[in-house]
Design a protein around this ligand. Structure first.
Ligand code: NAD
Length: 383
């Protein structure tokens, strides 16, 4: 409680007290209790709300947390300044809008929303530049010292020009996983591993390499009886000239999350599963590189793991300074646009360029783009 007395701590609420809020948001809040005061929790399921209350209030420094089963009531009675959303994906759009309209900043779980149209509608509800409120998306793999270090080496040219990259999310999900009603459906999850799983790695790839310009892709529904894909692959060209491959799968018994970037002077690789530390990053020099340079690449003075807590520090800083937070605005839109373009390229069999998907494009309002092989057959099925 060092820096701020209770009265100046940021009044924080969580919405959806399930797996991710209890397992990741709560520890992140607990790591920032000098800045945050957890005042309220919302869930439509009273049992989950009660379980969350028990877990939260057992943490030293977290006082009573008022439980609510209705978001609008919570916003009106608790007047939170920061709202963390951990509800199923289809709810994020309207819940983010409601919180922004009530004057609260929003940090929503991935995906922030299901379409580019929803994304633009959320940002339209943000406050003015310089004050906010703003809406940001959880992208915890972008944070932590390993990413910061690698990005600095890449963007300063220390590793030479990035030429070839691989981005791999090869995970395994069984039929029980898809028994949860909101999963595997366009209207509720927004897509398959492209939107729900690989989004962490592709977002990190874009964070490291910058703007993408062109995508060609394939998608398949190979194993699971779901509406969306269970595997997608893409070929991507970046503005800086790098050519990359992307694989998003939930069919892969040997699970791994991987990024590899071959630059003129070195290959940088990240290999992990659900989060990384410095040790998960390696740097391999090309022959002839001076030892001192290699030692500097491999020496990272800080060791902060990627985590919700690491990103939340940036959200708090942005709130305190009234600046756009990391993981919001054009930066977050680029990742959603990447996914929309990947689906469009896969389903139409044609390359898609950045900026192609405008509001009159069917892939602007639905990731399936109303494609007859991929969109639910009737409007009723989309509910
Ligand atoms: N960042 C990550 O690494 C990561 C990992 C897992 C899940 N997620 C994301 O977190 C979100 C939630 O996933 P989860 O696995 O925690 O799901 P979950 O089902 O465990 O939790 C969702 C909770 O939301 C509640 N809820 C449903 N409708 C609600 C409403 N209208 N108002 C308030 N609460 C409501 C449910 O009762 C449930 O408690 C998803 O967007 C998912 O993609 C992110």
């Amino acid at each position: 409680m060092a820096d701020h007395p209770a009265s100046t701590r940021i009044r924080t609420a969580v919405v959806g007290t399930g797996g991710i809020v209890t397992g990741a948001h709560l520890p992140a809040i607990a790591a920032h209790l000098d800045e945050l005061e957890l005042v309220a929790a919302v869930d439509i399921d009273q049992d989950r709300l009660d379980a969350f209350h028990t877990t939260a209030t057992a943490i030293d420094g977290i006082g009573p947390v008022t439980g609510h089963t209705d978001l609008a009531t919570m916003l009106e009675t608790e007047r939170p300044q920061l709202v963390l959303l951990g509800t199923p994906p289809s709810l994020h759009h309207q819940q983010a809008r409601a919180a922004l309209t009530a004057g609260a900043w929003v940090w929503a779980e991935k995906p922030l929303c299901l379409t580019l149209a929803e994304f633009d509608d959320i940002t339209a509800a943000e406050g003015p530049a310089g004050t906010g409120p703003y809406a940001a998306v959880v992208a915890q793999h972008r944070y932590g010292s390993g990413t910061t270090h690698a990005r600095r080496l890449l963007t300063t040219g220390e590793l030479g020009t990035p030429r070839v990259a691989h981005c791999q999310t090869t995970w395994y999900r069984n039929t029980d996983y898809y028994a949860v009603d909101w999963r595997g459906r366009w209207a509720t999850e927004g897509g398959g591993p492209t939107m729900g799983h690989g989004i962490h790695q592709t977002d990190l790839l874009l964070h490291l390499l910058g703007d993408w310009t062109e995508i060609r892709a394939l998608a398949g529904r190979l194993v699971h009886d779901i509406e969306s894909e269970d595997v997608s692959t893409a070929l991507v060209r970046f503005a800086g000239g790098t050519i990359a491959t992307v694989v998003n799968s939930v069919l892969s018994p040997h699970e791994v999350s991987r990024i590899r970037i071959d630059c003129d002077d070195a290959t940088v690789e990240l290999t992990h599963l659900y989060g990384h530390t410095n040790n998960d990053w390696t740097y391999t020099p090309r022959p002839g590189i001076d030892d001192t340079r290699v030692t500097n690449w491999r020496t990272n003075p800080d060791d902060t793991p990627s985590s919700h807590a690491a990103q939340l520090a940036g959200i708090i800083h942005a709130y305190r300074t009234g600046t756009r937070p990391p993981g919001s605005g054009p930066d977050a839109r680029r990742t959603i646009e990447f996914n929309a373009a990947l689906y469009k390229a896969a389903f139409t069999g044609r390359p898609v360029h950045a900026g192609d998907i405008t509001p009159d494009d069917p892939y602007y309002t639905a990731m399936h783009g109303n494609h007859p092989d991929w969109a639910p057959a009737t409007t009723e099925e989309q509910q």
